[in-house]
Write a protein that binds this ligand. Sequence first.
Ligand code: 3PG
Length: 212
Amino acid sequence: MAQRTDLLLPILKGQPVIPVLLIDKASDAVPLARALAAGGLPAIEITLRTPAALEAIRAVADEVPEAIVGAGTILNARQYDEAAKAGSRFIVSPGTTREIREAASGSDVPLLPAAITPSEIMTMREEGYTYLKFFPAEQAGGAAFLKALSSPLAGTFFCPTGGIGLGNAKTYLALPNVVCVGGSWVAPKELVEAGEWAKITALASEASKLSA
Ligand code: 3PG
């Protein structure tokens, strides 16, 4: 089954930056999601890299109607299912496997899978995926690499993440094959731990105004 772009695209096109979040304390999730939404970044990706992640997703889905919560770092079908059941509205994977694609085809929650090389990207095109994560963006060749793909692999669009911040986001956003970028810089660990929500709203606000 092809990628659910009907559900995914409004999310990816809705804001230039998708915050990538690592949440240690589930109780931080609701104020963090509210702070980011208040700054103009309602769509957030909560990574399944901490034991608190699923509870955090559930809390945001239940308590923050203005947020669009997604799950990141999904590595297998079980996590796909758990993240979907917790209320995720999109799923992000750092790579792609048959198991993940099969989980996506049996789910109403759309998948943004990742690919880097031309062969990986062509394989995903054959599977009906035209929107991909490009990870880890800076380490894998950065904006220059993505730009080089834009003509031969026209029609495939990327959300690069990994090593992106305020300083280089615009370079990516200016590319014809970039739909948005992802990054953790809008929710630094120290500000989350200190409950500095107004500062996070300010970072989100700055990021939400980024454009090519
Ligand atoms: C990730 O999955 O860790 C994201 O790519 C975020 O990377 P960053 O912390 O470099 O923004």
